[in-house]
Design a protein around this ligand. Structure first.
Ligand code: TMP
Length: 216
């Protein structure tokens, strides 16, 4: 099964992803990975996109860079793991491009979908957990060192204006309405352990459906 974790800044994707992976990997073969990243090339793209020292990039250039990193990730990591009957938990994937480059930056949906189609060659997640959080709270968490979500420091996307983050959240919620079977929204404003338990329950019930071919 291919599961993705999505959500705005500071929603706890990394810490929740690591907690979920620690629990799941005791029961099933699991690969934990992320975007941008997951391959050596992807991590370099991540540095370029997120660091303040890198040159300013047009939104289309960002979409194409992220897509190049995704193409490598799909071919080097995701497809081989799934072909090998392993499960994949990926922190951010195509929905991030829809929410950030489409919703946040306003690139045309047709461009974003074309880039996703080329990069993924049709590989869509079976399940997406959307950690939903008010951007003001998310950015507060990101800015305050030592709290969840602040692990990697303040980056170039965090520093975008509040309206950008509001558009990203709105776009994510629209994706959840568009694909209610695939995208499950979880309220990430609640305490970490409550959110963790809810995510685990959702994933386990989906895994049961997946392995029995229908009935949980
Ligand atoms: P994060 O992993 O700390 O959340 O940082 C990754 C940043 O990259 C985040 O601000 C969202 C951004 N991003 C996009 O804008 N589009 C994408 O397709 C992906 C995967 C990430």
């Amino acid at each position: 099964m291919f599961v993705t974790l999505e959500g705005p800044e500071g929603s706890g994707k990394t810490s929740q992803g690591e907690a979920l992976a620690a629990t799941l990997s005791k029961r099933i073969p699991l690969v934990l990975t992320r975007e941008p990243g997951g391959t050596e090339f992807g991590e370099r793209v991540r540095d370029t996109l997120l660091s303040f020292g890198a040159p300013p990039l047009d939104p289309l250039t960002q979409l194409l860079l992220l897509s190049a990193a995704r193409a490598q990730h799909v071919r080097e990591v995701l497809r081989p793991a799934l072909a090998d009957q392993r499960n994949v938990l990926c922190i951010r994937y195509s929905d991030s491009s829809r929410a950030y480059q489409g919703g946040g930056d306003g690139l045309p949906e047709a461009s974003v979908e074309a880039a996703i189609a080329i990069a993924t060659d049709g590989l869509e997640p079976d399940l997406t957990i959307l950690l939903d959080l008010d951007p003001i709270e998310g950015l507060r968490r990101r800015a305050s060192a030592g709290t969840e979500g602040a692990q990697e420091g303040w980056n170039r996307f965090d520093a975008r204006e509040l309206a950008f983050h509001e558009r990203v959240r709105t776009a994510y919620l629209q994706l959840a309405r568009k694909w209610p079977e695939r995208v499950v929204t979880v309220n990430a404003a609640r305490p970490f352990d409550i959110v963790r338990a809810e995510i685990l329950e959702i994933v386990l019930s989906r895994l049961a459906v997946d392995t029995t071919g229908g009935t949980p």
